[in-house]
Design a protein around this ligand. Structure first.
Ligand SMILES: *Cc1c(COP(=O)(O)O)cnc(C)c1O
Length: 364
């Protein structure tokens, strides 16, 4: 019988177990169970870290877990946008990027900057319309950028089909997997070349950290992204990486509870007279509702909750909501009355009581 190596044993474990098990010091006497917070700007020469901008043991522990969950190698960054900008900056001047019409507004803003500065051509598509995206994938396209579900319109892309089409014209595919998390969707296994995350959201999960990630199994891309991180220095703080890993340990529990809460709330929101439309892709913990009565009613709704926090961002243990069009950078095709709900892990009856009470206010 062939010996089972430690590596094989690890590969057979489920993602919940990997989330808890990986990224820890060697299990030797008197080693701590958790990777310590390593505060270091420099290291004794001769190893593979050398300098604090090039690497850090605490980042590595965090990166090892995210890399294993996504099925690639991860590099952490100072924020989701630092990770996203680093990947987008690999596009050469004059090249074409196909990107979602609706996606994280920071991504859209950076693409607009690249269009102006480097003459990059950006072709906007509705990512839930597979034929439309395929039609945009012509020979000179260098990159297909996907976000699925999209923020905040919650459109879902057929990642596997679109990766196949993109590769057919020689384009690379990046997927922003922030909303789904690697527990729900693993884009690298569906053919994507790169995954990016705002680790600020579900991965950290407690609204107290900013961090980002790039994950890839392509050695050339990994090298380019690592090189850019070394020279541009958009590195995470050590404490941030430590907190993010601590939060990540419970990702599966938080996601399970938040998804169950979201599904229960969607059914009730659908019935509420103050709600014109509910968007929910059938998974995840983000819901978008369009409130009857336009922006004013939506603003009243967001001001009228007491348990739900009126705040931007998402993916924390606490439920929060905001009207996205209050931001000038949000695309004009996002309805004025759209309120994005980030469902947390509180008791669902408490959440519904507060939410339905606030919706009732808008009926006057
Ligand atoms: C928040 C967010 C980002 C940006 O991440 P930061 O950590 O805020 O820089 C990128 N993509 C999506 C989908 C997000 O929700």
């Amino acid at each position: 019988m062939a010996a089972v190596t430690a590596h094989d044993a690890t590969r057979a474990l489920s993602s919940s177990t990997l989330t808890v098990k990986l990224g820890r010091p060697r299990g030797e006497p008197d080693q701590p169970l958790n990777e310590p917070l390593v505060m270091a700007s420099t290291y004794v020469a001769g190893g593979d870290l050398e300098y604090g901008r090039y690497g850090n043991q605490t980042w590595r522990a965090f990166e090892d877990v995210v890399g294993a969950l996504e099925g690639g190698r991860a590099l952490s960054f100072a924020s989701g946008m630092a990770a996203i900008a680093t990947v987008l900056d690999l596009v050469a001047p004059g090249e074409t990027v196909v990107a979602p019409r609706h996606c994280y507004q920071g991504t859209l803003a950076h693409l607009a900057t690249l269009a102006q500065r480097d003459g990059i051509k950006v072709v906007a598509v509705d990512v839930d319309d597979t034929a439309q995206v395929q039609a945009a994938l012509v020979d000179d396209v260098a990159l297909l950028w996907l976000e699925s579900p999209t923020n905040p319109a919650l459109e879902v892309a057929d990642i596997a089909t679109l990766c196949h089409s993109a590769h057919g014209v020689g384009a690379r595919v990046v997927v922003d997997n922030t909303f789904a998390t690697p527990l729900v969707q693993r884009p690298l296994t569906l053919g994507a070349d790169v995954v990016v995350h705002s680790g600020t959201k579900y991965i950290s999960g407690h609204s107290d950290v900013m961090i980002g990630l790039v994950v890839t199994s392509d050695d050339e891309i990994y090298g380019a992204v690592d090189g850019a991180r070394r020279t541009r220095g958009a590195i995470p703080g050590t404490l941030e990486a430590w907190l993010a890993l601590r939060g990540l340990r419970t990702l599966h529990l938080r996601v399970e509870r938040a998804h169950a809460n979201a599904a229960a709330l969607v059914a009730r929101l659908d019935e509420h007279p103050a709600v014109e439309r509910v968007r929910y892709p059938g998974f995840g913990a983000i819901i978008a509702v369009e409130v009857a009565g336009g922006a004013a009613a939506a603003d009243l709704f967001t001001r009228s909750t007491s348990l739900w926090v009126h705040a931007t961002s998402l993916g924390g243990v606490e439920s929060s909501l905001e009207r996205r069009r209050r931001w000038a950078g949000e695309p004009r095709t996002i309805p004025e009355s759209l309120v994005r709900l980030s469902v947390g892990i509180e008791d669902v009856e408490d959440l519904w009581h507060d939410l339905s009470g606030a919706l009732d206010q808008t009926l006057g």
